[in-house]
Design a protein around this ligand. Structure first.
Ligand code: ZZB
Length: 261
């Protein structure tokens, strides 16, 4: 699977990690980015927050003399074998913490309409074994994301977050003939999905949203406004890569390798 790694620069650490970060050696002078793996770079205009799995382990890994990435150790290891880190095969770890400690951290979401940054929030369904373990949230076009932010805003005390962190404005990014200009909320309603735990229905909604967005979608925002999603997708990706805010991240297909011996 070929993902785009999106670099969300940390602007301000959350309460629970501030002290750890301040006392961690080796971070001086480095820009630190949360790296989210996405298949939908054209939706980055609509980012409203960024998710981590609260029980997943994350690390900060030194990429080169200027940058460090925050992601799962598994993803850092994969990156180190894709010439993303300065020394092939090496991914020096400078810090480690559980996802729950990162909640409330403020990051810059590239291209997002929310220019002051977005918050790191918990998502129970993030898989440690996929992508980077960091998922950028686009509730207009991702049913999983819409279901999660809705739930977070309903129970902020339970999730130990500020309600407004989950309530950044959701703007239309892509117009589709079947689902209007916000396919995720449309499908959540249509399929009567009530919870982020409604796994099967969400998988169905995701598939429908992917297909419709890719084959029928028209951009409603940004440099490629009015262009077909199919054409805009690689252009947005290249734009972000040109700005040093994205890179190609390949996920080795573990199952296939083990099956063929
Ligand atoms: C932004 C985005 C906007 C995404 C959208 C989707 C959609 P796939 O096909 O299963 O590989 N994702 C990435 N990593 C994880 C993880 N570790 N755990 C859970 N979800 C993860 O799915 C790839 C997509 O799943 C990625 O693309 C990411 O969310 C999420 F409008 O990034 B996406 C209809 C989907 N729309």
């Amino acid at each position: 699977q070929e993902y785009t790694g999106i670099k969300l620069e940390v602007l301000e650490w959350g309460q629970d990690v501030k002290d750890v970060i301040a006392s961690t050696k080796g971070l001086e002078g480095l820009k630190i980015y949360m790296v989210a793996a996405t298949l939908r770079p054209e939706t980055m205009y609509g980012q409203t927050c960024c998710f981590v799995g609260p029980k997943i382990d994350y690390g900060i890994f030194k990429v080169n003399d200027k940058e460090a990435y925050l992601c799962t150790p598994r993803a850092a290891r994969n990156m180190a074998f894709q010439r993303i880190f300065s020394e092939d095969g090496k991914f020096p770890q400078l810090a480690s913490f559980q996802g729950s400690a990162l909640i409330g951290t403020l990051v810059n979401a590239p291209l997002s309409v929310h220019k002051d940054g977005v918050r790191i929030l918990p998502m129970e369904t993030v898989l440690a074994t996929k992508g980077t373990g960091v998922v950028t949230c686009v509730p207009s076009d991702s049913p999983d994301d819409y279901a999660t932010v809705t739930d977070l805003a309903k129970k902020p005390e339970y999730y130990k977050i500020q309600k407004e962190w989950a309530e950044l404005e959701i703007v239309p990014i892509i117009k589709t003939p079947s689902y209007g200009d916000m396919s995720a909320p449309f499908l959540i309603k249509e399929l009567k999905i009530n919870s982020p735990k409604d796994k099967d229905a969400l998988a169905k909604a995701k598939e429908l949203a992917y297909k419709e967005g890719f084959y029928q979608g028209i951009m409603l925002i940004g440099d490629y406004k009015d262009m077909e999603v199919q054409k805009a997708k690689p252009l947005v990706r290249e734009k972000l890569m040109g700005q040093g805010l994205a890179f190609v991240y390949n996920e080795p297909e573990g199952r296939v390798i083990s099956r063929s011996g």
